[in-house]
Design a binder for this molecule. Structure first.
Ligand SMILES: Cc1ncc(COP(=O)(O)O)c(C=O)c1O
Length: 453
């Protein structure tokens, strides 16, 4: 622990928590071994804190409402959104917009398609550049590449795993059209500074809020701070239908353009107006979403509460620092619950050894993204394409490749980031959250057993 007084306070709080839990009926049968796991690490043959149980609830979320909604759609024979204005997809678009606090929302077949819709609706295409993070799902830059624009990566703030606005500013040039911040883990990127940059250089902002359902920053919902915000409903997400997505925004004309783009160029009035892929969300996806949307706010609040509990306790352990939150952060979507691991402050125990030890205790922390985008082969692929060679000068492409150095992202992927899936796990009970804290504390206190790993 960082200081002995804090540590004593922490331990007395733990004991008080355990004593209180004995009074509750659910605490009589512990699903896990909070206090009886002994000091021998499970990795070394000791008793694990969570011997066999999963933490939290199974994900994606299913209940009778979800099943009934899908059955209803099946029987209705309304399977495509264009068959009815009151079908599941158009209804979900209204309900989701209300939930987020947006004036408009347009459903798509995935988060990647939502981002692609936003890029195309803003008129971004060949010869244009969009600045984004190297630390995300490949869907982020896929949306820029499929428009045949150039995704320009800027390095991270290693404490927040988010785009560093200072690095963004260095990458702005006359071809730059937009910034695409990624709210990684569901926590807000440094939006105050990103919006200042966008205003100063007259750039659009597309928020990749694929992990950030219902989170907010300075009184504004994520997804509505920039020009357009994009969400994913892929199976692991906090609101999930297998594959699905949505664009949100307050500008009616721009949102109409999003509708037209994702409807393969045909407007709401049925006119074939522009170029667009067919990205329509189908009615079965809408049915799953309509079935689970009513509990989404409560689940979000529970995740936020549990993440705050973990932050409060895990920050007291030497070598662990919760994901940095920028001033103005009100709450997070917590698709992942993330921390930085500092090997030196864990007496030299490597991140790999720490992960093996906490995993053996039953807590599924992992290092998440293995490589920043700059270390993946697509870079050489696009530089070899005739289209990119025609659109950008040889000097520009050479500089582009030379600038693909992201030392802070490398530190995050190779050394410091550790996180848990949030969607189902952070819906666990108070006792389970306490079990996570106990498992990490046990590993910290017995770190000498990990020296040989
Ligand atoms: C930050 C981020 N951006 C984009 C995407 C792409 O979303 P989808 O998988 O729905 O296409 C994801 C999904 O994992 C994501 O986490």
């Amino acid at each position: 622990m960082k200081d002995p007084l804090q540590r004593r306070k922490f331990i007395s709080k733990l004991s008080a928590g355990m004593a209180a839990s004995v009074l509750t009926p659910s605490a009589v049968v512990h699903p896990f071994n909070i206090n009886s796991s002994g000091r021998k690490l499970a990795l070394k043959g000791g008793k694990a804190i969570f011997p066999s149980t999963k933490i939290g609830i199974d994900w994606p979320y299913v209940d009778d409402k979800v099943v009934d909604s899908v059955v209803e759609t099946t029987k209705s024979r309304i399977w495509s959104r264009i068959q009815s204005r009151d079908g599941k997809v158009p209804t979900f678009e209204k309900v989701f917009a209300d939930l987020i606090g947006a004036k408009h929302s347009v459903g798509t077949g995935s988060g990647t398609q939502a981002l692609s819709t936003a890029v195309l609706a803003l008129g971004i295409g060949p010869g244009d550049e969009v600045i984004t993070s190297p630390y995300s799902d490949f869907g982020t830059i896929s949306s820029i590449l499929t428009a045949r624009a150039l995704p320009v990566l800027a390095d991270l703030d290693p404490q927040s795993f988010q785009l560093n606005p200072d690095e963004v500013e260095k990458k702005i040039n006359k071809n730059t059209k937009a910034i695409m911040p990624v709210h990684i883990s569901g926590l807000p990127a440094d939006m105050g500074r990103i919006m200042d940059l966008a205003r100063k250089h007259n750039l659009n902002v597309i928020e990749d809020a694929c992990q950030a359902h219902l989170a907010s920053y300075q009184g504004q919902p994520l997804g509505l701070i920039g020009d357009l915000g994009c969400f994913s409903f892929q199976a692991s997400k906090a609101i999930a239908c297998g594959e699905g997505g949505a664009v949100v925004g307050n500008d009616e004309a721009l949102m109409d353009e999003c509708y037209t783009v994702q409807n393969r160029g045909s407007s709401r009035q049925g006119k074939n107006e522009t170029i667009g892929p067919k990205y329509r969300m189908n009615e079965f996806e809408g049915a799953v979403l309509m079935g689970q949307i009513s509990g989404a706010r409560e689940r979000f609040e529970k995740r936020d509460q549990n993440a705050n509990f973990l932050n409060q306790h895990l920050k007291e352990i030497n070598g662990l620092t919760p994901q940095k939150q920028y001033k103005g952060t009100e709450n997070g979507g917590y698709y992942r619950y993330a921390l930085s691991y500092e090997e030196d402050n864990f007496d030299g125990v490597s991140r790999t050894a720490f992960l093996k030890a906490v995993n053996a205790e039953g807590v599924p922390f992992s290092s998440y993204i293995r490589n920043g985008f700059h270390r993946e082969p697509w870079v050489d692929h696009i530089l070899g394409l005739k289209g990119y060679q025609t659109m950008f000068s040889k000097e520009r492409l050479e500089k582009y490749k030379a600038d693909m150095k992201m030392p802070n992202c490398d530190i995050v992927t190779d050394k410091t980031h550790i996180s848990l899936w949030g969607s189902g796990l952070l819906l666990g009970s108070q006792e389970e959250m306490q079990g996570i804290v106990d498992a990490v504390t046990k590993v910290y206190e017995n770190r000498d057993q990990l020296k040989d790993l």
